[in-house]
Design a protein around this ligand. Structure first.
Ligand code: SER
Length: 881
């Protein structure tokens, strides 16, 4: 038996790998974020991802050799996680890279040396694979390393040609595998290197990155020959530590052990629950790192992956009897296990566990509320005799309550309902279209983008003078009317006007365009809005209020200063709002959208939970404090990198030019921003938050008012308060108490009324007893009752059953639409008569559905005219009983 080196912890293995390559002149790069800069992939899936541009020869970081331990997420094998010894969504990849520097001989020799000499894995257990026709690699392994030819296996494209994605760097590869022994294999006679089972474990993939795969699938040779290698840290550690599965290495097993302490089931008690342990351990590692890298649970993109991982972990927890919130507690365990390699986790510990916790709470609530809503929905469908959940209803459950389609489907299935999945998909698609429509393309642009494209190439972008000037002389270059170019506009006509230069701010970055006027000697145009086309052409939307304007004439363009100032005040207030949110809630707050107008502002940002009343108050207070501090607003231009380095907030997902404008308010806020602002924060005067809401999972929206509208609102509210206090005859101060008292009184009266109505219904029911007639020796009371609500109907049935002592009560209560049916059977008869079955027969005659217990059932029907037939149907069944 070969000897294992059991001394290495995961931390030590990681470090010895990096040291090994540092000794070979490699730059040691820290792990990049799980969110790649590269938009072609969702997550960092390999160590080479942060180096993509280096491989393509598009970037030079000043070195040609590097090594790293990269955190990665892969979700393509999600269903295998937990079922095999080695699948993960989150894992760490050790890798060494050469950018036109060393190539196959060194990559191969060093790989072998690290595995056999540093990790001390017995060479007799190692196998090598190479790409079908890679004779060069074959020769190096055989002649320079001394691997026996019988241990070198040639494999095809699928196994030994590595691609980053559909496009990007790729090349043939060679792998080092370890034979874990026959007892770990599938036992099939065909089992050999390349078999999918656990016996031959691929340890290290050496990719000879020579090509760039283009969008058309063609491989174009890269300017230089590169090396990209990937060595799975978890699998290497499992071999070194002598574990037969990756989940038992020293930086994962403690997660399972901790979870086991919360559950009554032991790890390794049975196979099904073993899968659950591993899924939880894997997913909580992934969630911890994803949140640390700025992802929030959401319904699409990365956030959706995170949400799915957290929810899968929770569902697996339920299999282990973990019904209470548990996952968030594991975050601390992960942080402690990983903090030496990722010290940044320590300061984010609280935040990460908070995000997980709120998603856990949300999911439990979702399950509870959603299940109740589905039951309600099924009841009402049943009453209408519909057996398919309409797509729009399933969508509402998903959209309003976050209840996953899968779960709706499960409940529907149990209750014998079908579900219109196509309708659901359509509603989902429609919502997406609506969401896109809300992103703010102006009608003009949307209607006729080509014409502006042509004009932009002809006249070039509009020169913007508006940061420093409220007015300027400008030449009117083009006029458009009804999307067509015209040479003039006359009084009363509307159009889009294009100038060579403009003081008007054109809508962008969430800030609405300026308004104002264009004036000639005998003419005037009122500008109501300004949009931007293609990043640089200003479209002035206006109406001629006086005279005639001709293309080519010179005009005075003047911005409405009051409107501009009111917008500026809202914009500066929005910056302060963002700064206050970060201060109160934490630095995870990132802008995800905004709207700034002259009358209101809106700010969307990432945050996992609704804001608490006191958090909102604190935010509002802080903004007002900063307003009163009357700090100077400073604008400077600098390079993007400089600005971000010095702490300016950049809007995630936005493209910035190399030279950016940085706007700061005193010491409290610095943001990259192209908008217009006031000169001092004091000009804002007053800031009020008017609402806080969620607009998507993990995204909150605050709406607010700044400046005059904020004051105006408080005046209006004061007026309403005084009006109400006059009506109620108390002072504003006593208003709250008075309203609370009134509400209490109303509630008591409602209760009294309800009691009276029930009493009345019951006394009327007493008269019904005359209508009892025996059917097959059963005292039966079948009748129509009017003006009784569902709750009373139930009491009436109970009351009548009591009075009958033994018998059956069947009541029909016609409604505006359809009819409610209840049926009660006294306990002594339930052996013979089943209320649920009898009511189903009645409901069927009336074109409805229903069911219930043997002694009480309710249903809904459609056709009131068939009540006598429904009674007969029930009678018939009683006769047969
Ligand atoms: N990029 C290759 C892989 O992921 C080697 O690092 O396997």
């Amino acid at each position: 038996m070969w000897e294992l080196n059991r001394l290495f912890s995961v931390d030590q293995i990681r470090q010895s790998f990096l040291d090994f390559f540092a000794e070979r002149s490699s730059q040691i790069e820290p792990s990049a974020s799980l969110i790649p800069v590269d938009p072609s992939i969702l997550f960092t899936i390999a160590g080479m991802v942060p180096f993509k541009k280096m491989f393509l020869g598009l970037e030079n970081k000043g070195y040609t050799r590097a090594a790293s331990c990269q955190r990665c997420i892969r979700t393509n094998d999600l269903d295998n996680v937990g079922r095999t010894a080695r699948h993960h969504t989150f894992f760490e990849m050790l890798g060494n890279f050469s950018f036109g520097d060393y190539f196959k001989p060194d990559a191969i020799r060093w790989g072998w040396e690290f595995i056999t000499e540093v990790m001390k894995i017995d060479p007799a257990r190692l196998w090598i694979t190479i790409y079908t026709d890679d004779d060069e690699a074959y020769r190096i392994w055989k002649d320079e390393v001394g691997v026996s030819p019988g241990r070198i296996v040639r494999l095809g494209e699928e196994d030994n040609f590595w691609r980053m994605g559909e496009t990007g760097p790729c090349g043939p590869c060679s792998e080092i595998l370890i034979d874990l022994g026959e007892d770990r294999g599938c036992g099939k006679p065909t089992c050999a290197v390349g078999c999918d089972c656990d016996r031959f474990l691929e340890l290290w993939n050496l990719v000879f990155t020579q090509y760039d795969c283009r969008a058309d699938g063609m491989l174009s040779p890269l300017p230089m020959r590169n090396i990209d290698t990937g060595l799975g840290l978890e699998r290497l550690a499992s071999v070194i530590q002598g574990k037969d599965n990756n989940y038992e290495i020293d930086n994962i097993l403690p997660i399972i052990e901790y979870t086991a302490r919360l559950s009554n089931i032991r790890y390794k008690q049975d196979e099904a629950s073993d899968v659950a342990w591993k899924v939880i351990a894997d997913h909580v590692r992934a969630a911890t790192f994803l949140i640390s890298d700025g992802v929030f649970p959401a319904n699409e993109g990365r956030g959706y992956v995170l949400r799915r991982l957290i929810r899968r972990a929770i569902q697996n927890g339920r299999k282990l009897g973990l019904k209470n919130l548990f996952l968030f507690q594991l975050v601390g365990v992960v942080v402690d296990l990983m903090k030496r390699a990722y010290p940044e986790l320590v300061e984010k510990r609280e935040h990460i566990s908070q995000v997980v916790k709120s998603e856990e709470e949300r999911f439990s609530e979702t399950l509870e509320i959603g299940s109740a809503k589905v039951t309600e929905l099924l009841d009402s469908l049943r009453a209408k005799n519909i057996d398919t959940i309409p797509g729009i209803e399933a969508f509402k459950l998903y959209d309003t309550y976050g209840f996953p389609l899968d779960l709706t489907r499960e409940i529907a299935h149990d209750e014998d309902f079908k579900i219109d999945v196509a309708g659901f998909e359509q509603a989902l698609a429609e919502q997406k279209t609506r969401a896109r429509g809300a992103t703010g393309f102006s009608h003009e642009e949307a209607e006729n983008p080509e014409i502006y494209g042509t004009i932009l190439t002809e006249i070039g972008p509009t020169e913007f003078l508006g940061y420093d000037n409220g007015s300027c002389r400008a030449r009117l270059l083009r006029i458009l009317h009804d999307n067509k170019e015209v040479s003039r506009l006359t009084e009363g006509q509307e159009g889009v006007l294009l100038l060579d230069r403009s003081p008007f701010y054109a809508e962008s970055g969430g800030q609405r365009g300026d308004s104002g006027s264009l004036r000639g000697a005998d003419s005037q145009v009122l500008i109501t809005d300004v949009h931007k086309y293609g990043g640089g052409l200003f479209l002035h939307l206006g109406k001629v209020t006086h005279g005639i304007i001709d293309a080519g004439m010179d005009l005075t363009a003047e911005v409405d200063a009051g409107h501009r100032q009111a917008t500026a005040v809202n914009h500066t207030a929005t910056h302060l709002l963002q700064a206050a949110l970060r201060k109160v809630l934490g630095n995870h707050i990132k802008q995800s959208g905004s709207l700034v107008t002259a009358t209101r502002l809106r700010f969307d940002f990432t945050h996992p939970a609704a804001l608490h009343e006191r958090e909102l108050k604190k935010v509002e207070e802080l903004v007002n404090e900063w307003i009163r501090a009357d700090s100077e607003v400073n604008v400077s231009e600098t390079s993007y990198d400089e600005a971000v380095k010095s702490g300016a907030l950049a809007f995630f997902g936005e493209k910035y030019d190399q030279v950016v404008r940085s706007v700061s308010v005193g010491e409290v806020s610095t943001e990259l921003c192209g908008g217009t602002h006031c000169r001092r924060s004091g000009e804002i005067g007053l800031f009020k938050i008017t609402s806080e809401s969620g607009i998507a999972a993990g995204i909150r929206r605050i709406e607010g008012l700044a400046g005059y509208p904020a004051w105006q609102k408080s005046v209006e509210e004061e007026k309403i308060l005084h009006g109400v206090s006059g009506l109620l005859g108390v002072s504003v101060h006593d208003l709250e108490e008075k309203v609370a008292k009134l509400l209490k009184e109303i509630k008591q009266k409602d209760k009294l009324l309800e009691e009276l109505a029930t009493r009345q219904a019951l006394s009327a029911a007493g008269d019904l007893l005359d209508r009892v007639k025996p059917v097959n020796e059963v005292k039966c009371l079948m009748t129509i009752v009017e003006g009784v609500n569902a709750k009373q109907l139930r009491s009436v049935v109970d009351d009548l059953k009591n009075r009958l002592g033994s018998g059956l009560v069947l009541l029909f209560a016609p409604r505006d639409e359809g009819v409610a049916i209840v049926l009660g059977v006294t306990k002594d008869l339930t052996g013979r008569l089943n209320a649920g079955k009898l009511i189903a027969a009645a409901a069927q005659v009336l074109g409805g559905r229903g069911g219930g217990r043997p002694d009480f059932a309710q249903a809904g029907g459609k056709d009131k005219t068939k009540i006598p037939q429904a009674m007969e149907a029930v009678e018939e069944l009683i006769k047969q009983s």
